[in-house]
Design a protein around this ligand. Structure first.
Ligand SMILES: *Cc1c(COP(=O)(O)O)cnc(C)c1O
Length: 367
C-alpha cells in the first residue's frame, strides 16, 4: 500500500491558540454593558457616521488603493509625511504584515510577557520563535527585553501603553530600548491607546520614527475614534519600511467606508476631545472606586483598568466575571495573558461605570 503524505499546514500553525475576542452577548439580556473589548464609551463621531452613510451608493467601486485622502488627513493631524504612512485593515493587519515582511523560520520575535496576544500569534504563524521578556510590576522591563536580544532577533514589538496591563514606558525608556537594539532589529511600537495618555513623559513614537531607520509606530481607529467595526489602522514608517509594506499588502486592503469615515473622524477634533475628556474623568473615578473596594489595580493610562482579584475561589476573578455577567456586565478574563487572577474592564459611559462599581461593591461585600 502506498501512503500518501497527509495534508498539513506550515510548521507552527497548529501551535497557535486562536485569538478569542471579548464576549458581546449575555443570554437573556437585551442590552448588556459591554466592557470587554476596550471599545469607545461614546461611539464614533457623527461626522464619521455621516461619511460612512454617504458612501452607500458607491460601494460597487473599488476603494482608493493608496488611501490618499486618509493619509493626507493623518499627515496634517500629526504633522508627518503622508508618504511614510501605510494604512491597514486594523492595526492587526499591520502587525501581521510586519511579521510577514521581517521574520520567518529561525528568527526570534521579542515581546513583553503580558503584551498583546496578536504578536505571538502572528510571529508563530510565520514560523518565527516568540521570546517573552519578564515584566516589572506588570510593566515592560527595558533591561529584560534588551537582555534577550540575540543575533536571531529580527523584531521587538511593544504596546505602549500596553494592553491588557494599561501601563506605559516614558519617552526616555523607549529611547533607551531603541538605543540598545542593533540597527538590524526593527522596533515596532504599537500605540493603539496613545490618544488616551495624559502624561508629560509620554510620546507615541513619532519623534523616534522621525530620527531612526528601524522604528515603526502603529495606530488604530478602533479605540478613541470608535471605528472598530470598520477595521482601520495605520503605520508611520521609515521610507524603506513603508516601501516594504506597500509591496506585500493587498492592493485594496482598506475598504472605502473605513477610509471615508476615517478622514471624517480625524478631522472631528471636537468628538476626539470629548472622548479624551470622558476618559480623563471616568478612568480615575472608576480606579478609585475599585481601589476603595480593596482591589489592586495597575495604574492605567488607557481606556481600561486591570483589576487583581483575591485568590479565594468565592472572590476570585472567575467568580467576579460570573457575577458581573449575571448582571448583564461583560468584562474580559485574562487567563490567555497569563493573568488568571485579573479582569480587564473597559471605561464605558458614566452610568455604565456607576453600575459596574455598584455591582462590584456588592460582589466584594457578599460572603
Ligand atoms: C485594540 C488594539 C489594537 C487595535 O487593533 P485593530 O486591529 O486596529 O482593531 C492594536 N494593538 C493593541 C495593543 C490593542 O489593544
Amino acid at each position: 500500500m502506498m501512503h500518501e503524505p497527509a495534508l498539513v499546514p506550515r510548521p507552527g500553525i497548529l501551535d497557535i491558540s486562536p485569538y478569542v475576542g471579548g464576549e458581546a452577548k449575555v443570554a437573556g439580556v437585551e442590552h448588556p454593558i459591554r466592557l470587554a473589548s476596550n471599545e469607545s464609551a461614546l461611539g464614533p463621531s457623527r461626522k464619521a457616521i455621516a461619511a460612512y452613510r454617504a458612501l452607500a451608493g458607491e460601494i460597487h467601486r473599488y476603494p482608493d488603493g493608496n488611501a490618499e485622502e486618509l493619509r493626507e488627513a493623518l499627515g496634517r493631524c500629526h504633522g508627518i509625511d503622508p508618504a511614510r504612512i501605510v494604512c491597514g485593515a486594523g492595526s492587526d493587519e499591520l502587525i501581521a504584515l510586519l511579521l510577514r515582511c521581517y521574520a520567518g523560520p529561525g528568527d526570534e520575535v521579542l515581546y513583553s510577557r503580558h503584551g498583546f496576544l496578536m504578536y505571538p500569534i502572528n510571529a508563530t504563524a510565520v514560523g518565527a520563535t516568540t521570546i517573552a521578556a519578564p515584566e516589572r510590576e506588570l510593566t515592560t522591563d527595558v533591561d529584560a527585553v534588551l537582555a534577550r536580544v540575540t543575533e536571531r532577533t529580527r523584531l521587538v514589538i511593544i504596546a505602549n501603553p500596553n494592553n491588557p496591563t494599561g501601563t506605559y514606558l516614558g519617552t526616555q525608556e523607549i529611547a533607551r530600548l531603541h538605543a540598545g537594539l542593533p540597527a538590524s532589529v526593527l522596533l515596532a511600537i504599537d500605540a493603539a491607546y496613545a490618544e488616551f495618555v495624559n502624561r508629560n513623559d509620554y510620546e507615541p513614537g513619532i519623534a523616534l520614527v522621525n530620527r531612526a531607520e528601524n522604528v515603526v509606530m502603529l495606530r488604530t481607529f478602533s479605540k478613541i475614534y470608535a471605528l472598530g467595526g470598520l477595521r482601520l489602522g495605520w503605520a508611520y514608517c521609515p521610507p524603506a519600511v513603508a516601501d516594504v509594506l506597500n509591496r506585500v499588502r493587498s492592493p485594496f486592503n482598506v475598504n472605502a467606508a473605513a477610509q471615508a469615515a476615517g478622514v471624517a473622524a480625524v478631522e472631528d477634533v471636537e468628538a476626539f476631545n470629548r472622548a479624551r475628556a470622558h476618559n480623563e474623568r471616568w478612568l480615575p473615578w472608576f480606579s478609585e472606586r475599585l481601589a476603595a473596594l480593596g482591589l489592586r489595580l495597575t495604574p492605567s493610562v488607557a481606556n481600561f483598568v486591570l483589576a487583581r482579584f483575591p485568590d479565594d475561589p468565592l472572590k476570585n476573578a472567575d467568580a467576579a466575571f460570573a457575577f458581573l455577567q449575571s448582571r448583564g456586565i461583560l468584562t474580559r478574563k485574562m487567563g490567555a495573558y497569563g493573568l488568571p487572577q485579573h479582569l480587564r474592564i473597559t471605561i464605558g459611559t458614566g452610568p455604565e461605570m456607576e453600575t459596574v462599581a455598584a455591582a462590584l461593591a456588592e460582589f466584594t461585600a457578599a460572603s
